[in-house]
Design a protein around this ligand. Structure first.
Ligand SMILES: [Zn+2]
Length: 141
């Protein structure tokens, strides 16, 4: 390893996106937090058959989402499972129940990890990590 490689900050982990999720991530990279809405009113975070009315994924339309939600459950990561996060621990990985219905896994930011609680309100914010945008849930609602 060269000196340059040993001194460089580790890159964030690569994003791996299933085809069903691509529109969500393309919108996020453009700065928009979206959900897929079925004609029956159900929302999803990926293109999928509707669990409420049975319509297939082509019936869904990607629409802007509120970004409002609450913490359903969470865990505090106090050791890095990827070199990129070595200087970023501790951090919270949470399941956030969005106002529209879907749940997403994300980080809770803008508060100390000891302040995170189940049921706390959060709002989705978009930030940059490496070459992509990411969503995180801010405790500042
Ligand atoms: Zn439906």
């Amino acid at each position: 390893m060269s000196d340059k490689e040993t001194q460089a900050s580790p890159s964030p982990p690569r994003r791996v996106v299933p085809v069903e999720d691509q529109p969500f991530w393309d919108a996020l990279d453009a700065g928009n937090f979206v959900l897929a809405r079925c004609t029956c009113g159900a929302y999803y975070a990926r293109a999928q058959a509707c669990l409420r009315c049975g319509a297939d994924a082509q019936a869904l339309t990607w629409v802007p989402a509120s970004g409002r939600g609450t913490v359903r459950t969470f865990i505090v990561f106090d050791k890095p499972y990827h070199p990129y996060f070595k200087e970023r621990t501790p951090y919270v990985v949470a399941v956030v129940a969005l106002e529209e219905g879907p749940e997403i896994t994300t980080n809770i930011v803008d508060t100390d990890v000891t302040n995170v609680a189940i049921g706390m309100p959060v709002r989705i914010v978009i930030s940059t990590r490496g070459e992509h945008k990411i969503h995180q849930a801010s405790a500042r609602v």
